[in-house]
Design a protein around this ligand. Structure first.
Ligand code: AHR
Length: 504
């Protein structure tokens, strides 16, 4: 089957904000405990941080990590998680029906982020708590003036402020499952007043207001309109979340999910523009897509399970074993973020370790990479620069999500600093290769550097702790180039990175 991709170095969408390759860590299951923090593990440093995990995260170049939740944050009392460990109380975590020991808290996460070379994005509790506690937390983290909360941090051994720049004003406040769930009006007012309070301390903070938990919520997209109506001029981003599933084992439909994602982003883009116009506002608001991933292999089972258990500590929860088609879905999601680089400025794969995650650990044992690690890794490595416009011609198929879905999903990134161009392609066809003719216009002296391909003959194949390398990227023959044209073969059900160099 034949397809074509045309792009032009001068037809630019926008610079890609590196933070679209962000991630998320919640006090949930074994994300923190046994994930990043495991005192006594052979690889752990004196702070109890697993260095085998840190090495992978540094290699992944995760620019930003959201913490500490998630649903967890909506009943989180941050004061429990600071100061001498022996004085920290154990608490019931109402979101996941577990015991939280608070042995890892907001200051440890600061240290860990520094070692991971990632920026700290803090979510605050606007569920069970309000402005006063949120303001105290901000001062604890960022103040250096000699006032009480900043001084408490110093007493706890942190002379220098954490200087956290990104703050999420709550989490999924549209969700009836959330502790402190609110109507759009109630939440929009609270978020606005919290944002105004934060700006009195530091007007340059980056503030993120909660959008919808997903595009199937009954309140979507009116939620976005009302929340922004209340808060538009006080915030910088609106957050969106979405998790995908393939319960019906309909591969082609699953891999067409990015059309719904494009529509979700497009709708929220329009709501932002509408509110901006309505308010005659000068500021721009962007999208922070701060939770996204496939989530279904363990979702129903574990949600039922946690209703039955007796408040365990750091249980195995939502440890999805991801397969090849999940990795392809991840490739299409990242393509969508790149194509929408002018509005999506931050995105966080949810989550990073063990819980619906690209990286898995064994207690006292090894660390290994899930299939979904690879498109994320390759995009983080080669997807930095400027997003280019593309024209794609591809054979199509009809599915539940839409008619005439393209077998080929693509994004293109120009990196002027390195004089490189990367073409990311997902071939969704279940059994046929796509022979794609790629035209890279307005670039001189092009040469093919590399064709990296992730595929497997079994679309349900996973990596496991015993066999961690069953689905891993392969290097294929580098793309051949004649002037601006290159013809490449994209295997059936594959994620591909085609890398080129140019001069001048
Ligand atoms: O990432 C898992 C959970 O999914 C988060 O806690 C919540 O925000 C979302 O519903």
């Amino acid at each position: 089957m034949k397809a074509s991709i045309t792009t032009n170095a001068k037809f630019q969408i926008a610079p890609i904000d590196d933070r679209i390759y962000g991630s998320f860590l919640e006090h949930l299951g074994r994300a923190i405990y046994e994930g990043i923090y495991e005192p006594g593990h052979p690889s752990s440093n004196e702070q109890g941080f697993r260095t085998d995990v840190l090495d992978i995260i540094r290699d992944l170049q995760v620019p930003v990590i959201r913490y500490p939740g998630g649903n967890y944050v909506s009943a989180f009392k941050w004061e429990d998680s600071v100061g001498p460990r022996e004085l920290r109380p154990k608490r019931l975590d109402l979101a996941w029906r577990t015991i939280e020991t608070n042995q890892f808290g907001i200051a440890e996460f600061h240290d860990w982020c520094q070692q991971a070379k990632a920026a700290y994005m803090m979510a605050i509790n606007l569920g069970s708590r309000g402005i006063e506690d949120a303001r105290n937390l901000l001062e604890y983290c960022n103040d250096n003036s000699g006032a009480a909360w900043g001084d408490l941090r110093k007493q706890h051994g942190y002379q220098e402020p954490f200087n956290i720049r990104m703050w999420c004003l709550g989490n999924e406040m549209d969700g009836p499952w959330q502790v402190g769930h609110k109507t759009a009006y109630e939440y929009g007012r609270l978020a606005n007043e919290t944002a105004k309070t934060y700006r009195k301390f530091d007007e340059d903070l980056e503030l993120i207001v909660c959008g919808s938990s997903n595009d199937k919520m009954a309140t979507y997209p009116e939620w976005e309109a009302e929340v922004l109506d209340q808060s538009y001029e006080s915030v910088d981003y609106i957050s969106l979340h979405k998790y995908w599933n393939n319960y019906s084992r309909d591969t082609l439909n699953y891999l067409a999910s990015h059309y719904e994602l494009d529509e979700y982003i497009g709708t929220v883009r329009s709501v932002i523009q509408y509110i901006k116009a309505k308010k005659r506002a000068r500021n721009d608001v962007y999208i922070c897509f701060d939770e996204w991933n496939p989530w279904y292999h363990t979702n129903k089972r574990d949600h039922e399970l946690l209703q039955t258990w007796d408040w365990p500590e750091a249980p195995h929860l939502f440890e999805d074993p991801y397969n090849l088609e999940d990795a392809l879905l991840v490739g299409t999601v990242i393509n969508s973020f790149i194509r929408n680089a002018d509005i999506v400025k931050i995105a966080c794969m949810a989550q990073l370790i063990n819980v619906i995650a690209p990286i898995s650990t064994e207690k006292s044992g090894s660390v290994w990479k899930q299939t979904i690690f690879y498109p994320y890794y390759l995009a983080s490595k080669y997807g930095r620069g400027t997003a280019l416009q593309i024209q794609v011609n591809s054979p199509t198929y009809d599915c539940k999500i839409r008619d005439q879905a393209s077998y080929l999903d693509t994004s293109v990134v120009l990196n002027e600093e390195r004089q490189e161009i990367s073409v990311f392609c997902v071939n969704k066809h279940p059994d046929q290769a796509l022979h794609a003719e790629i035209a890279l216009e307005n670039l001189s002296k092009l040469s093919g550097l590399e064709h990296i391909c992730l595929t497997c003959s079994d679309r349900y194949m996973t990596n496991t702790v015993q066999q961690p390398n069953r689905v891993v990227p392969q290097s294929l023959e580098p793309p051949k180039v004649r002037q601006i044209q290159s013809i490449v073969s994209l295997p059936a059900l594959s994620f591909n990175v085609l890398r080129y160099r140019y001069q001048g």
